[in-house]
Design a protein around this ligand. Structure first.
Ligand SMILES: Nc1ncnc2c1ncn2[C@@H]1O[C@H](COP(=O)(O)OP(=O)(O)OP(=O)(O)O)[C@@H](O)[C@H]1O
Ligand SMILES: [Zn+2]
Length: 587
């Protein structure tokens, strides 16, 4: 820091001195080489045509230049017609308004002083700013030295993410072991999901479990700074981290510096964040991965991230950290009541039930707010009244959308919809794995339904595609079956997009529709494929048939559909094991 400051001062000083020297040199050089001649001598030289230029002024002396380039000075006759006489000899006559050189030099000095002051001021200011930022930075970095006691026990729910991170603990602890097996070490983990779901907490727990230092920075810290400073801070962060050998580097809000880059950026700000991003990418490819350093980044908006960040060797592990379901909420509530005097009358299960769509951070703040209220009234313990009051403080000012736990009807529709997808999957293509069904919205869509297509398949058969279309239609079909034709919702829009894609690919690309034949209509019709009446007709008749099949399947298994839905309404999310249990029980 000090180094940086004194370097800048030095540069300014040197610049000022060089300027002063140059002006003095010019000034004195003229002075010393000027030959002093009498007016008589001047006149002789004038007659002999030795003079090239004369500088006229109102001073006592005038100067000029001989034809050989040397300078002279003589008395100013201040005579009328003097100029005319000179011109008559074919001499260049320059009129100056006196004291010129001195004025010039004064001007130069004045400018110098102004500039010097300006630079000094700038320098002082920028070093202050830089100092501030650097201090912020070093406090962040020094945090790495604080012994961290956060463990995975401090994070409730998020079991899959924790499982994944547990593996990383081993990587960090014994990178040599993995190196011996020639395994490529992971370098970056991206945690994505809604705010307050515990991403920071998970990263801290990773460091805590591995017992290594934790360095945390925030993406937005890197962009309001000076040109190049963001990049250099990235470099110094990594340098520091490398010095610590094993560690966890945490970059929160990575979207702030890792936004999708545009071909040419119009303004400097995005240029600056590009530079910072490039520095990050370089640093990440720089370490070999066998050092036991893991970079964890977090974002609420994975869709805005530059693809370069997600490539192998960067943040190639992407883990979704979702909103907690009812059981996870119960655990989070339990965790945050541990250090508080909670009355026996408090039913955490009931609170968990009422706090649909609450994030971990919101649940934490609910318990904290309750404790504040109880303390304000000097009550001996926190009871249900305090929690109810706190409830409205926590959700106050929030959009209605966030409070949709009130609308049981909506949750029911979502539950039937997701149960429909899951049940159709199990019925038409039992080899596909349903990893999770949930009615908690995820980043990927309204409900949460995830299905893994068996990965060892090289090609998809026509049957596979037909089954996938039915699975996609399962949500809408369940809605219609239960609530009636007029009560269907917009929740299926994504499903219908997938359906349309698949059907058009079947007909126009893969030649799988017997009637349309083996032609590649995409090739023939290009963009007007969707306008082609014949293709449209084929697509419609296929989708209609598949939809009525789907409806039929669900109708035949409506009891199972109800059971899955009820379980979803109760637990908010269920895994494959539970799903299989329900289906087997109903069969
Ligand atoms: N799963 C959880 N278990 C226990 N506590 C949690 C959990 N999720 C959030 N919390 C509480 O909420 C606080 C804030 O969470 P954290 O800062 O980790 O969220 P985040 O996902 O990083 O949020 P953001 O995206 O806003 O940065 C935590 O310190 C913790 O008290
Ligand atoms: Zn759906």
């Amino acid at each position: 820091m000090e180094l940086l400051k004194s370097k800048k001062v030095l540069i300014v000083l040197i610049a000022v001195m060089v300027l002063v020297l140059v002006s003095i040199f010019v000034f004195f050089r003229n002075d010393t080489q000027i030959k002093k001649i009498s007016y008589v001598e001047f006149n002789e030289n004038l007659e002999n045509s030795n003079i090239k230029t004369v500088y006229l002024s109102q001073d006592a002396k005038i100067t000029g230049e001989f034809k050989d380039g040397s300078l002279f000075e003589t008395d100013n006759p201040r005579a009328e017609g003097f100029k005319e006489r000179l011109l008559g000899y074919g001499i260049n006559v320059w009129e100056t308004n006196g004291n010129n050189t001195i004025k010039d030099i004064l001007t130069i000095f004045f400018v110098l002083i102004v500039f010097g002051g300006f630079f000094y001021f700038l320098n002082k200011n920028s070093s202050k700013q830089a100092q501030k930022e650097m201090t912020q930075m070093s406090t962040i970095e020094d945090a790495g030295n604080v012994p961290f006691s956060t463990t995975f026990d401090d994070v409730a729910g998020n079991e899959e993410v924790k499982e994944n991170l547990r593996e990383m603990v081993d990587f960090i602890r014994e990178p040599e072991k993995y190196e011996r097996y020639g395994a490529r070490m992971p370098r970056g983990v991206l945690l994505y999901g809604p705010p307050g779901t515990g991403k920071t907490l998970l990263a801290k727990a990773l460091a805590g479990e591995a017992k290594v230092p934790f360095y945390a920075v925030t993406g937005s810290d890197f962009i309001q700074v000076y040109a190049g400073l963001g990049a250099s801070r990235i470099r110094s962060l990594f340098k520091k981290a490398r010095g610590a050998e094993k560690c966890v580097i945490f970059i929160d809000e990575i979207d702030a510096l890792g936004k999708k880059r545009k071909g040419s950026s119009a303004n400097g700000a995005s240029d600056e964040s590009d530079r910072t991003l490039n520095a990050l990418l370089t640093e990440m490819s720089g370490f070999k991965g066998n050092e036991g350093i893991i970079v964890v980044a977090a974002t609420n908006r994975i869709d805005t991230l530059d693809e370069a960040l997600l490539r192998p060797g960067r943040f190639d592990r992407q883990l979704e950290v979702g909103l907690p379901d009812i059981n996870a909420r119960y655990k989070i509530l339990e965790l945050h009541s541990k250090n508080k005097p909670i009355s026996d009358s408090v039913d955490l299960k009931r609170i968990a039930y009422q706090t649909v769509y609450f994030s971990g951070a919101k649940l934490e703040s609910l318990m904290n707010e309750s404790a504040m209220i109880a303390a304000r009234f000097n009550h001996s313990s926190i009871d249900m009244n305090h929690i109810d009051k706190a409830f409205y403080t926590v959700i106050a000012g929030e959009e209605k959308k966030d409070r949709s736990y009130i609308s049981l009807e909506e949750r029911k529709v979502t539950a039937y919809h997701e149960a429909g997808h899951a049940l159709v999957t199990k019925l038409v293509s039992p080899l596909n794995r349903v990893t999770k069904i949930s009615i908690i919205p995820s980043t990927k869509g309204a409900g949460g339904f995830s299905m893994n297509i068996p990965p060892d398949k090289l090609y998809q058969s026509k049957e596979d595609i037909l089954n996938h279309i039915m699975i996609a239609l399962g949500g809408r079909a369940a809605e219609e079956l239960i609530f009636g034709k007029d009560k269907i919702t917009t929740g299926a829009s994504n499903d219908l997009q997938k359906t349309t894609d698949m059907i058009f690919a079947m007909i126009a690309k893969y030649g799988m529709d017997k009637e349309a034949g083996l032609l590649n209509y995409e090739l023939l019709l290009g963009d007007s494929l969707g306008n082609n009446a014949y293709i449209l007709d084929r697509a419609k008749s296929i989708v209609n048939e598949l939809y009525s099949n789907t409806l039929q399947i669900l109708k035949e298994n409506i009891y199972t559909l109800e059971s899955i839905t009820n379980s979803l309404l109760e637990n908010e999310s269920i895994d494959e094991e539970e799903l299989d249990k329900i289906i087997n029980k109903c069969a």
